[in-house]
Design a protein around this ligand. Sequence first.
Ligand code: HEC
Ligand code: HEC
Length: 495
Amino acid sequence: MSFRDTTKTKGKNMSLRGTDLQAQSKTWKMLRVILPAALLLAACTAATAYLPKKATKLVASMRANASLAPTVSAVDPGPRALPASAGSFLSTLSANEQQIEPSLTTEFNRTHDVIVTSPTDGGLGPRFNENSCASCHAYPAVGGSSPPTNPLFSIYNFNGASNTMPSFITSNGPILEARFINQPGTTIPDGTVHQLFTIKGRSDAGSCSISQPDFATAASQGNLALRQVPPTYGDGLIEVIRNLDIVSNMNSNQTIKASLGISGHPIYSGNDGSIQRFGWKAQVRSTLLMAGNQMNVEMGVTNEIFPNEIDQTPGCVLNPVPETVTNFNPNILTEMFPGDAERAEHFTQWLAPPTPGPSNNSTKNGKTQFTNAGCVYCHTTSFTTPATSRPALGNITINLYSDLLVHHMGPGLADGLAQGSAGPDEFRTAPLWGIGQRLWFMHDGRTNNIVTAIEDHYSLGNGSYPASEANQSITNFNNLSPKNQQDLVNFLRQL
Ligand code: HEC
Ligand code: HEC
């Protein structure tokens, strides 16, 4: 069977979502703790009967995994304290580029209201998740991920807006954006973002009257795929890595990857055939495309890259589109040229990678254990950027800890949503730089504990999805000595 075909797997995905999924992972956790190895082996052999044919070659390693009753003693020391080890611009920027920095920062921080009154403001809605790039990409510094206190609570009723807060958004939890797996009430695949809020009721929204999506029904039907905010630090450098370097890294260490059950593949752009690298499923090729997409999808601000309102209900399109455009006044080059989306893009493109904290004996050994456990065969330590037309981005070795490929991650992480050629159980290897100061982990921000994030890589196959490619590596981690486990976790929190 194909793991990329949502229409085929859809029915079964549903049973894996929501509370079933949690119950499933709870069961696994209990098994790990209380059952002797022999019983686990028996359970796994029984589970084998339900595996699709394609997954049977994975069974051998699953048996091996299951027979090793894992114990995890490592404790997450928690995020490294502020000040932020990220958020500054690349030190290699030219004098001209540095001169433009402040206007890029202003752009990324800009809050949008509905009505456009100057070439740079306005455009919010009619549907939106937030009103500025920086409110989502906030921590540990502007450009990053969700902050400790959820900013969605200051926006949903702002300026008279009549929104209710969806149940999956909590005041001390991560900002999440919501996609529907299927179009509501149908079995037709959807996959698009359904913005949390509308401008209805706001004093600047005229008579616009549209309703929020029915998230309660979507949640009860297991029709939601949630995503948290990834950081944007170093994205300009990720963008210029050559396709052939990604492929040659994929083809390296084949014997050892095969022995661990690790494969992975690039996601090629339908536009120019190059390898996509942004978004949790590597669904976007460039920071410019992402910025234009984010501006419209997250804020509803139409722009030169995505020029149409997503919801065109009469009475709700309150500005001519696109709402932000390049201002061709030659006297204001540094302030308003080019358009907002392009300046927000340059902000993320020019942000330097996070700086790791100080290393010590524990983190040094942890790095060795990261290799020993096999984490490094997905979380590739580094790539070197080629010479580029923008010298600031060229010939830099970056320690991103990602192979920029997508991998089958098992039913435990699968979100039921195929995107491009990334299947419903496939995700891009998340870059680990800056993870030392991160508050939530995995695509749906399901945990704030980095040890749980590691354990959540593990899941056995079922009738819908093959086992996680990370199973052997996680088993290796679980079988490290308590000290080596802890050193590995300390290493991650040093990044
Ligand atoms: C409502 C919160 C929110 C707002 C506002 C927001 N983003 Fe994002 N951003 C996200 C989420 C969620 C993703 C992941 C999307 C996905 O994978 O589907 C993301 C992904 C990105 C990425 C790709 C990061 C990576 O490494 O994969 C970039 C770049 C980015 N956003 C830039 C921006 C810019 C520029 C703006 C403002 C124009 C912006 N974002 C506004 C939530 C937000
Ligand atoms: C088969 C490839 C693979 C292997 C092996 C692997 N990972 Fe991952 N890792 C991923 C993917 C894919 C994600 C993103 C999962 C998601 O989005 O839900 C991830 C996410 C993470 C995250 C959370 C990152 C974030 O931004 O939320 C951490 C921490 C992490 N991995 C650590 C490890 C460690 C430690 C090991 C070894 C013990 C390891 N990984 C082995 C593929 C892998």
